[in-house]
Design a protein around this ligand. Structure first.
Ligand code: KG4
Ligand code: ZN
Length: 350
């Protein structure tokens, strides 16, 4: 039973959590949304500086909220990839320092593996294999979870991430940032069939379409053209545009995920990342799962958006398997999910 303190600073949330295997003992998340709202998106330099300001108080709060002492912690973990390099470095420096001064083992964690672990946190009996649809502001990936630490990327976006598309459509409708929750709210008052939008399919050189990959930039451009056209005609029916856009994205994500699961003989789909909060996506996926006799798990929103509990949970699993990382480990802006085992050394003595 490993008790892990983890730090997550890969983007615009400063988060620290303590997790015992799959049980969350404390989870502190300090969001920078207000800081970046003026700019309509995350400003990397501001994100790093803000992480630096508040990382230490977040660590103290996580320890006291869990009611633990340093001697109760088995290892220190940190998100080391993918993410904004300056932001990742703040968490990395803090985690290595804690590891050295408290003489604890150290583990780097892949952020996307963390998002997959949000499902393990929410569903303690969940076991691989399953399909995880990861839909956030920076990623849209269908990941085949073959075993602990073993992943195969089956499908991903060729351009914008799903959350990015929500944010861009919200911006062109002048709705504010982040756009996903606002579009979700407005869509509930609109007609999802009001406007037909393209599904963004990827053509293959030999003809036909890629079965699992996504493209959201075409849908976003189609909304832009639609809005320009509606503007000329008079008032824009914002709720109907939001509902039609959300319906199209939810339909595409659902269709490809179900195909991925069925083609690989998987009976379970889990979902993670900020867009996993989307009510339209949840509804579509639930209906499709019932139709195809698949189980589908939706972690609560607090574990879908960036948090350190999911990072600690992933680290706990690695630690239990005898994996630790070298203190020479560095941050990386990108790393494929199937390379996660490169972050670990396997020679820890029990
Ligand atoms: O996972 P996340 O917190 O951060 C990243 O790692 O990117 O995801 C943030 C993204 C934003 O693009 C936001 O607009 C989107 O998740 N989002 C939503 C909803 N809530 C957050 N998108 C659609 N519907 C929502 N309810
Ligand atoms: Zn994330």
């Amino acid at each position: 039973m490993a008790t892990i303190l983890a730090i997550e600073t890969s983007c615009d949330e400063t988060a620290v959590a303590i997790v015992k295997n799959r049980q969350v003992l404390s989870s502190i998340v300090s969001s920078q949304i207000e800081l970046h709202q003026t700019y309509g998106g995350v400003v990397p330099e501001l994100a790093s500086r803000q992480h630096l300001e508040i990382i230490n108080p977040c660590i103290d709060r996580a320890i006291s909220a869990a009611g633990l002492q340093w001697q109760d912690i088995d290892a220190i973990a940190v998100t080391c990839t993918p993410g904004l390099v300056g932001a990742l470095l703040v968490g990395m420096a803090a985690a290595k320092t804690l590891s050295i001064i408290h003489n604890k083992p150290f583990l780097g964690v892949h952020h996307l593996e963390g998002h997959i672990y949000a499902s393990y946190l929410a569903q303690p009996e969940l076991q691989p294999p399953f399909l995880c649809l990861l839909v956030s502001g920076g990623h849209t990936s269908s990941i085949y979870v073959k075993d602990y630490g073993k992943y195969e990327l089956l499908g991903s976006t060729r351009d914008d991430a799903a959350g990015e598309a929500f944010d861009k459509v919200a911006r062109l409708l002048d709705l504010g940032y982040p756009g996903g929750p606002i579009i979700d709210r407005l869509a509930q008052q609109g007609n999802p069939k009001a406007f037909q939008l393209p599904e963004g399919r990827i053509s293959l050189p030999k003809g036909g379409y890629h079965p699992y990959d996504y493209s959201f930039s075409g849908i976003k451009t189609a909304v832009l053209r639609l809005v320009e056209q509606l503007q000329e005609q008079g008032e824009i029916p914002v709720n109907d545009v939001a509902a039609s856009f959300q319906h199209t994205v939810a339909k595409v994500l659902t269709k490809r995920s179900v195909k991925c699961a069925l083609d690989h003989g998987l009976d379970t789909i889990t979902i993670g990342g900020g867009v996993a909060a989307n009510s339209g996506l949840r509804k579509h996926l639930q209906q499709a799962a019932e139709k195809h006799n698949l189980k589908v798990y939706f972690p609560p929103l607090k574990f879908c958006t960036d948090n350190a509990a999911m990072i600690a949970c992933a680290a706990a699993q690695h630690f239990n398997l005898g994996h630790t990382s070298s203190l020479d480990l560095n941050v990386q802006s990108r790393m494929p999910i199937d390379k996660v085992m490169q972050l670990y050394e396997h020679n820890r003595m029990f």
